[in-house]
Design a protein. Structure first.
Length: 385
């Protein structure tokens, strides 16, 4: 069966919209929440004549896609598939659509606005303007990397543009502020794995990966950034809304265990773990416990990190952004520090990288993620040949 590789990436985050800015941002010891701008100022890489009929969610989708593909000249767009993921989709357009109905009635609603309310509108605009004609699907709260991987493994596609997109909505932010699992502190975005962590914080972001088969990579003499070796997913009520006293380690442990088995990678080969941790009081503890259940004594030795202290909880984009962080770790042979973590909680018994980034030899990484819907994800990546 075909091996599967990542050969290009792009990001739009509150710490920057280039891979260099992203790497520097996730290696910042603490990102002051008041220092970031939400909504993010998007890259100016879309023709205004094209963007004027799009809502912001679609512009984010197209913009991050262009950031990924601009690094890959001479591609045949007809062959490129697309797999996108989101949590809430074009929520602002749906709110505006509701407001127009309430104000003007059904007959007074803008047809252009209506077309932007469907969840795959951003994907549609991306395919239309970039001429992408391969297999295409829009996911919600799911593992777009795994879906792309399976399309390639099953010979349904050789090249996939895989993106996660979540836009900042003031109303959504206010809703999250009403629940106890959202931090109210403004001195940092959040404090993953910290002894004094008090919740996560919703931001926004977009991440993109170009995923392709080994034969595709070789045919165009491309360079692999990393290899996707395996994955596993599960859905559980215990992690719904991402944090709560019912957060259970057992399902997360099963997901990590199955991902390692699927990848054919021994536990003692894992050189680092990118945790899903976002500063949740209970969720961080459950994920840490799951690591110990899977790795045993190694659970206290393997270096771990979490990047949401720098970029916040970007929901539908968070897993892909975590993968981007992992790929950059392999590229730089350095595990980034856990931004926002000043004093790791001792009772977690983890080797948290928090004071400074850790240079070393990194060949295999475990990447974790979870979604507000209760989905849990683990992906194993390794160095590209």
């Amino acid at each position: 069966m075909e091996r599967v590789f990542i050969s290009s990436m792009g990001v739009i985050t509150c710490v920057g919209a280039s891979l260099e800015e992203f790497w520097a941002g996730i290696n910042t010891k603490k990102v002051d929440y008041n220092s970031i701008e939400l909504p993010i100022i998007l890259p100016q890489n879309i023709n205004p004549k094209v963007s004027r009929r799009m809502d912001r969610f679609s512009r984010m989708s197209l913009s991050v896609s262009k950031l990924v593909l601009e690094k890959l000249p001479l591609l045949n767009a007809d062959q490129i598939g697309t797999v996108f993921n989101t949590g809430f989709g074009p929520l602002q357009s749906n709110i505006n659509f509701r407001d127009q109905i309430e104000t003007y009635g059904v007959d007074g609603v803008s047809p252009t606005l209506f077309t932007n309310t469907v969840f795959n509108a951003g994907l549609g605009h991306t395919c239309l303007h970039l001429g992408l004609k391969g297999p295409s699907t829009m996911l919600m709260g799911s593992n777009a990397v795994a879906y792309s991987y399976e399309l390639i493994k099953s010979n349904k596609s050789d090249q996939i543009l895989c993106c996660g997109v979540e836009e900042y909505i003031e109303e959504l932010d206010h809703s999250f502020q009403l629940i106890s699992s959202t931090t109210k502190n403004l001195d940092s975005i959040c404090k993953p794995l910290d002894a004094n962590r008090d919740g996560t914080r919703v931001t926004e972001g977009a991440g993109g990966l170009f995923i392709e088969s080994e034969s595709s990579l070789r045919s165009r003499s491309g360079k692999a950034l990393c290899e996707i070796l395996g994955y596993s997913n599960a859905i559980t009520d215990e992690f719904r809304a991402m944090d709560g006293p019912n957060s259970d380690s057992n399902v997360f442990a099963q997901v990590m265990e199955m991902a390692l088995e699927n990848a054919g990678v021994r536990k003692d080969y894992i050189d680092g773990i990118f945790m899903a941790s976002g500063g949740g009081v209970y969720a961080d503890r459950a994920e840490a416990k799951a690591i110990h259940q899977v790795f045993g004594e190694l659970g206290s030795e393997i270096p771990v990190t979490a990047i949401k202290g720098a970029i916040g909880e970007s929901i539908g984009a968070s897993l892909i952004l975590n993968v981007v962080g992992g790929v950059l770790c392999l590229e730089n042979q350095t595990l980034p520090l856990t931004s926002g973590c000043e004093i790791p909680e001792e009772n977690l018994h983890l080797n948290v990288i928090y004071d400074h980034a850790k240079a070393g030899r990194y060949k295999y990484l475990l990447i974790n993620g979870y979604d507000i819907s209760g989905c849990l994800f683990s992906i194993v990546i390794g160095e590209g040949d």
